[in-house]
Design a protein around this ligand. Structure first.
Ligand code: SAM
Length: 616
């Protein structure tokens, strides 16, 4: 007898205790005529309702690698409302370790934090999992799959025990998302499932069930949607303008999928806002679970798994961040965040000042919102690691960006696509005058470790931040000055950082002696949310009648020009999520962020807002 994984909540099992592996293969792979249907395909997309332990996913990875064309890509999308822990998954699948490896170990290492929303996990060079921790009913309408889903695995516990997973809403969304001739397979033969799928437009037939089950349903979706012509190169040439985190992260995500050239005007990567020695990684907190919260949740979780894997090469240093509750506003906001964001308590919790003091190793007078997965990295090293495989052109300012035929000429050189990732410099390349991008100078003070500060083990965030010492020096940040237009180190800014520190850690502040500092400019927008996505052309900027929606790929954007900018103080996490999103748009992959988040990141949110206000 194999492992038995049982859900008390649904009074049902995750997979057959006799032989889950063989059942999964029979019901879902063979039920969808796999592997035959992915042979000869460059990309194949599967969507599953009910991720559970990931058994179906891991089995599919193995089978795909063994049988699909070399370099073909598998996109696997799955929904899970009640994510198991990493340890629970490892225990459940231990008995098939040999059969499922190396995928099982890789997946366990890359398993997302248990926080709601979209998570993109890449295994090897060709397997892309979009794991969505949410109710399938709520999340399916948020999913964008430009090339459509080719095969559906319906695996959401027995319909009688969990009817929500077999709702008409789910079936209608399946129809919306299906590619031509998409198939589905499931273990059940329940009458209402059969009728629901038929009503949604699927051809449904009964086939023999696995083991003791007599029957199961399989079928296909006959859509008359025209096939999208594939006129974009499979491996496009992409020019990235800007060698900071926003640009180099795109190069990293596109590694192996595009030929990337980075143009950087300065003599080194990370010369602008990304040149700081230490960056702490924290989401930006908003009280409600809105699009901003979902973006920063996904971005933070993505950064945790990607940058921890890069490890010492980027000075990755896992360090709990304590966000101090310094006033009533924060008390209310953090309480709201804790309640509304829905993060598992392993990843976010409130701590009393007493417990926080124990944790931090220095005396804290304030309660704190604790993020134990938080970390710091060296942005300069990170940019260089990100760009390792790209063709990097330093000292090369881009002066000309011209459309000719199907291509863009960048300083006279031809590219299929362009990513604008040069901070406020993006304004040089597009007519985004109405966009109120601005620069904010920030100075970090590096202060010597003292006997009082030596014990500090956590990142402390208040209106500034203090990081544990590395090589005897703490990073103490950071000023926000819109009105200063140079990056010289200023004594006044050191004083301001120390003054702010004195409000939460007066003993450390009293001894603080800056040894040096670093100053740079962040780019921001009035709503303090980045812009990531396509760039509206001049006409739609001036006359935004038919603004593009994230769901449609055609529209009034400059063809194959993308932007990633205005990351403010959250560039380490925001830029990486942005890079995945831009790669998804460019390569027409399933989107790694929800529809509403994608919409909220678009440049055209300002057009819509201005239109509403009657400004244009
Ligand atoms: N495919 C899984 C595997 O390979 O281990 C087994 C899936 S198990 C039978 C069903 C899964 O659906 C459970 O993990 C359960 O938590 C999840 N689930 C149930 N209702 C859900 C809903 N409304 N939205 C998303 N997931 C749901």
């Amino acid at each position: 007898m194999q492992n038995r994984v049982y859900s008390e909540q649904f009074d049902d099992i995750y997979f057959s205790p006799e032989d889950g592996l063989a059942e999964s293969e029979f019901v879902f792979l063979r039920g969808n005529d796999l592997p035959a249907r992915w042979r000869g395909r460059e990309q194949f997309t599967i969507a599953e309702t009910g991720f559970g332990t990931g058994l179906n996913f891991l089995l599919t990875c193995k089978c795909f690698t063994e049988t699909a064309d070399k370099n073909a890509q598998l996109h696997y999308i799955s929904f899970e409302k009640y994510p198991l822990s990493r340890d629970e998954i490892a225990a459940a699948l231990e008995c098939w370790r040999d059969e499922l490896n190396p995928y099982l170990d890789d997946f366990i290492n890359a398993y997302p934090l248990r926080v709601p929303g979209f998570h993109r996990v890449q295994l090897g060079h060709n397997i892309f999992l979009t794991l969505i921790f949410d109710d399938a009913n709520k999340a399916l309408p948020e999913l964008i799959v430009p090339r459509g889903v080719d095969a559906w695995f319906l695996d959401g516990f027995a319909p009688a025990k969990n009817p929500d997973m077999w709702s008409d809403n789910v079936f209608a969304q399946m129809a919306r998302l299906s590619a031509n001739n998409a198939t589905f397979a499931t273990f059940t033969a329940a009458g209402f499932v059969k009728r629901g799928l038929r009503d949604a437009g699927f051809e449904v037939r009964k086939d023999v069930g696995y083991g003791r089950k007599r029957e199961r349903l399989v079928g296909c979706f006959a859509s008359d949607a025209p096939e999208q012509p594939e006129n974009f190169p499979t491996k496009p040439r992409v020019a990235i303008i800007g060698g900071g985190l926003a640009g180099t992260s795109c190069a990293y995500v596109l590694e192996g999928l595009a030929d990337v050239t980075i143009f950087e005007g300065a003599d080194a990567l990370a010369s602008g806002a990304s040149g700081n020695r230490v960056a702490l990684c924290n989401p930006r907190f908003s009280a409600h679970r809105d699009e901003n919260a979902d973006f920063f949740t996904a971005a933070y979780a993505q950064a945790v798994r990607t940058l921890s894997a890069l490890g010492a090469a980027v000075d990755y240093n896992r360090t709990t961040t304590l966000n101090l509750v310094t006033d009533e506003g924060k008390e209310k906001r953090f309480a709201d965040v804790l309640q509304n964001w829905g993060w598992h308590e392993d990843h976010m919790s409130m701590m009393s000042a007493e417990v926080a003091t124990d944790y931090a190793g220095v005396v804290l007078a304030h309660d704190a919102l604790s993020l134990p997965d938080s970390f710091s990295i060296n942005p300069h090293k990170l940019c260089n690691v990100y760009a390792a495989q790209a063709d990097v052109r330093l000292n090369t300012s881009v002066t000309d960006l011209i459309r000719t035929g199907d291509q863009w000429l960048v300083n006279g050189e031809a590219f299929d696509a362009v990513i604008l990732a040069c901070g406020i410099g993006v304004l040089r390349f597009c007519d985004l005058d109405a966009l109120e991008l601005y620069k904010v100078r920030g100075q970090v003070s590096y202060i010597s470790e003292t006997p009082t500060s030596k014990g500090l083990k956590c990142n402390i965030c208040y209106r500034g931040y203090l990081a544990p010492a590395q090589d005897g020096v703490h990073a103490l940040g950071s000023t926000f000055t819109k009105w200063i237009d140079h990056t010289d180190i200023l004594d006044d800014d050191h004083s301001e950082n120390i003054e702010r520190l004195s409000t939460v850690l007066p003993d450390i502040a009293a001894e603080a002696a800056p040894v040096n500092g670093w100053a740079g400019f962040r780019t921001s927008l009035p709503d303090r949310f980045p812009i990531i996505g396509g760039v509206p052309d001049r006409e739609s900027w001036q006359n935004p009648k038919n603004l593009r929606s994230a769901r449609t790929t055609a529209g009034n954007d400059l063809p194959y020009v993308y932007i990633s900018a205005a990351h403010g103080s959250h560039g380490t996490i925001g830029s990486l999520a942005g890079a995945h999103m831009i790669a998804d748009m460019l390569l027409q992959r399933p989107y790694s962020l929800s529809h509403d988040v994608v919409e909220s990141l678009q440049v055209n949110r300002f057009l819509k807002r201005d239109k509403r206000k009657g400004r244009i």
